[in-house]
Design a protein around this ligand. Structure first.
Ligand SMILES: [Mn+2]
Length: 342
């Protein structure tokens, strides 16, 4: 028997006050895994709150019980109260407290047992119990495994299934990325047997945008995508002014970084956006080009082998320049990774 699972089994053997939290700017995996775990723990008789560092994007509001999520940026008192009462804090889809921004000090000073459940590389060693599985498609899949390991597969109802599917679908790029394992397909098969309708979840996430988001996409792919064929790379950078002009909200740029990878010879893509005086960067790759390392080495970030993020304190123009220099540094590796894919 797995020691960590047994420890969690003991912790959950009597009703507890529990907080579930995830990283800043929640995506479908962060929110989906949190709400799936929430529904499961509530069914088992625990008192549970999901706490988010900031407000969630519109395309995730459909998730069952999303309206109950407490947001630190505008419900600070309720969040602090929930953390004070908690005996257990589940930390999902991040492995470094700094990823929760303003919420981090409250989580760190809490005396609750902190349980990490995550699939990013290089976890921080500050959690009491850790399930860190970078080989898994998503945190949602690890939550599914945990529920199974606790012998509660029969408790997975439709709300849990929808949340789990949403995270696994988006973190695998609709089951296209290299993290699309047999285990994630087996999970999906089981969820469908339990009544999940995959196309409803897919529509709720991907077919719910306003016109402006598609116009924006057209604009940036036409006018803003820079290609560097010699490095098999692409960079897209958008300013705050451009986001304002197209009324693009937080979260609505999600996934845009993947578009350049559909070009035949491109194996690395960077998306840079300026918001609230901060430059955020997303990196994606195909094959063996390690963007976790790339983000760590050059941009104070990290993530997975083929998907990562970073930050820049500099202007957009200087950030583009820095990425280009990093690409020059990696020219040989990029070429080799490209050739390996042919
Ligand atoms: Mn994830």
């Amino acid at each position: 028997m797995n020691k960590i699972v047994e420890e969690i089994r003991v912790l959950l053997s009597s009703p507890q006050n529990i907080v579930i939290t995830h990283h800043y700017n929640a995506d479908a995996d962060a929110l989906g895994s949190s709400l799936a775990l929430f529904h499961y723990l509530v069914s088992r008789g625990h008192k549970c709150s999901v706490v988010s560092p900031n407000s969630m994007p519109d395309f995730l509001q459909w998730m069952p019980a999303a309206y109950k999520v407490l947001k630190f940026d505008d419900q600070k008192n309720e969040v602090v109260k929930a953390i004070d009462k908690a005996k257990i804090i589940f930390c999902l889809d991040f492995n470094n407290f700094s990823r929760t921004k303003g919420l981090a000090p409250y989580l760190q000073k809490s005396s609750a047992k902190k349980i990490l459940i995550d699939h990013h590389l290089n976890p921080e060693k500050t959690f009491d119990i850790g399930i860190s599985k970078p080989s898994k498609s998503s945190t949602c899949e690890i939550i599914y495994d945990l529920i199974n390991d606790l012998d509660d597969n029969g408790m997975i109802h439709i709300d849990i299934a929808q949340c789990l599917y949403a995270g696994a679908m988006t973190d695998t790029g609709n089951f296209r990325f290299s993290n699309t394992t047999s285990s994630v397909h087996l999970m999906v098969a089981d969820l469908i047997k339990k009544g999940l309708n995959p196309s409803l979840v897919s529509q709720a996430i991907f077919d719910n945008y306003q016109e402006n988001r598609l116009r924006f996409l057209g604009y940036i792919l036409t006018d803003k995508m820079l290609l560097f064929p010699e490095y098999h790379s692409a960079i897209i950078a958008v300013s705050q002014e451009e986001l304002n002009r197209y009324k693009i909200n937080n979260g609505e740029t999600e996934g845009i970084v993947n578009y350049p990878l559909s070009i035949k010879n491109i194996i690395f893509s960077a998306f840079i956006s300026e918001r609230d005086n901060e430059i955020r960067m997303s990196f994606r790759s195909k094959g063996d080009f390690n963007v976790n390392l790339f983000a760590r080495n050059y941009f104070n970030g990290g993530g997975h082998l083929n998907a990562s993020g970073g930050r820049s304190e500099e202007s957009i123009a200087d950030t583009i320049k820095n990425i280009k220099e990093a690409l020059i540094d990696n020219k040989k590796i990029l070429k080799q990774c490209y050739l390996d894919l042919q």
